[in-house]
Design a binder for this molecule. Structure first.
Ligand SMILES: Nc1ncnc2c1ncn2[C@@H]1O[C@H](COP(=O)(O)OP(=O)(O)OP(=O)(O)O)[C@@H](O)[C@H]1O
Length: 354
């Protein structure tokens, strides 16, 4: 096993910078998600680590060893892509063992290694089948078994669950995480799906236009986004814009919003505050609760019922705010109703304008 370090990696295609000075330390044994909009450079970064493509500048090390000049087949990396191509005319076992047979391994060794890999992905009894006799999820497990059978140092996954339907995808997320833990392999996972990134990974890196905008554990990025982009790309956020007061902002109408302790920005600079919709309490009166809470008045413009929760859209001063409330059987607020929104400064992140 091995960690992966990329340092100051840049790669351009013509005038377009697909990767722009990206540095990330992928810890040994960790599960790392790369998240970002389409075209942000996720696949390019994965291809550089795999050795399918080479950086213009920067360094890549696997297990502490520089690999910029090491070809794909010598990097000892396992890969699974969304369009995993299994050989249709070969059995599942032969598909999984293919990489071992091209390496000239003895047949009994191949048979036992293949069986181990198939057992790990819980397909131990299906080695004799052909790919068309399997479900989508089972085929994806075969692709995973094929990637790990050669005992790679690092596993690279590019939207591996993208072709599966929602229910199967959730099952495979749990399964994939279990397998990764069992073998303790450093895993780098590319996804569009923020929920997938939040639930599966130890750390997340968010890419935008080829640059790494933030990286860290899921909770840290969710609770302390450093930019409006990170706040709105990972999860939902209400964004307030105004002038920094040093520890919060003042909105154009003069209302002050206090941010979490520790936040500091030069007073007077343009700044934003981000607040998660589930952190805001909504009520029909201002109540007697916490005097330090941030407070705004507004009017419910829409309510969307989603079973265990409801989302309220609340209009105030030309802005529509989003509030998510768990449905615990308490009174529902009607559209058109005047409401008071309250939330704590601790739930408010101060962000410098970009
Ligand atoms: N071989 C290439 N030639 C020219 N441009 C390329 C090439 N490979 C990637 N690009 C460009 O580099 C940028 C980054 O592409 P990349 O595939 O890494 O994005 P991505 O984040 O993986 O996107 P997606 O989520 O859509 O797969 C895109 O603008 C893409 O068009």
């Amino acid at each position: 096993m091995a960690g992966v370090q990329v340092a100051n990696l840049s790669r351009s295609f013509g005038a377009h910078k697909a990767l722009d000075d990206v540095s990330i330390d992928f810890a040994d044994g960790g599960f790392y998600a790369l998240l970002g909009p389409s075209g942000s450079g996720k696949t390019t970064l994965l291809r550089q680590i795999a050795g399918f493509d080479f950086p213009d500048t920067g360094r890549i090390a696997i297990g502490g060893e520089s690999v910029e000049r090491v070809p794909v087949e010598k990097r000892r990396i396992g890969m699974v892509f969304q369009n995993y191509a299994l050989f249709p005319n070969m059995s599942v076992a032969d598909n999984v063992g293919f990489g071992l047979s091209v390496r000239g391994q003895a047949k009994p060794t191949i048979a036992s290694e293949v069986q181990r890999a198939l057992d790990l992905v819980q397909l131990g009894r299906l080695g004799g089948r052909r790919p068309h006799q399997l479900s989508g999820g089972q085929r994806q497990r075969v692709a995973l078994a094929r990637a790990i059978v050669t005992k790679p140092r690092v596993l690279l996954l590019d939207e591996p669950l993208g072709a599966l339907d929602k229910a199967l995808r959730v099952d495979m997320q749990i399964e994939l995480k279990r397998i990764q833990r069992d073998i303790g392999i450093t895993t780098i996972f590319v996804t569009h799906d923020q929920e997938e990134a939040l639930t599966m990974s130890d750390r997340i890196g968010i890419l935008r236009d080829g640059r790494l905008v933030q990286e860290g554990p899921p909770e840290e990025i969710y609770d302390r986004p450093k930019s409006e982009f990170a706040a709105t790309f990972l999860g939902d956020a209400n964004i307030f814009r105004g002038d920094s007061t040093g520890t919060g902002i003042r909105l154009p109408d003069g209302t002050a919003i206090a941010a979490a302790a520790g936040a500091t920005l030069a007073a007077g600079a343009r700044a934003s505050c981000a607040v998660r919709p589930e952190r805001i309490r909504i009520a029909t009166d201002s109540g007697t609760s916490d005097p330090n809470a941030n407070m705004l008045r507004g009017q419910v413009s829409r309510r969307i019922f989603a079973g265990n929760s409801s989302t309220y859209f609340v209009d105030r001063d030309g802005q529509t705010l989003k509030v998510i409330v768990q449905n615990t059987g308490v009174e529902r607020l009607a559209e058109g109703q005047e409401v008071v929104l309250r939330w704590s400064p601790e739930s408010t992140v101060l962000i410098a304008a970009n």
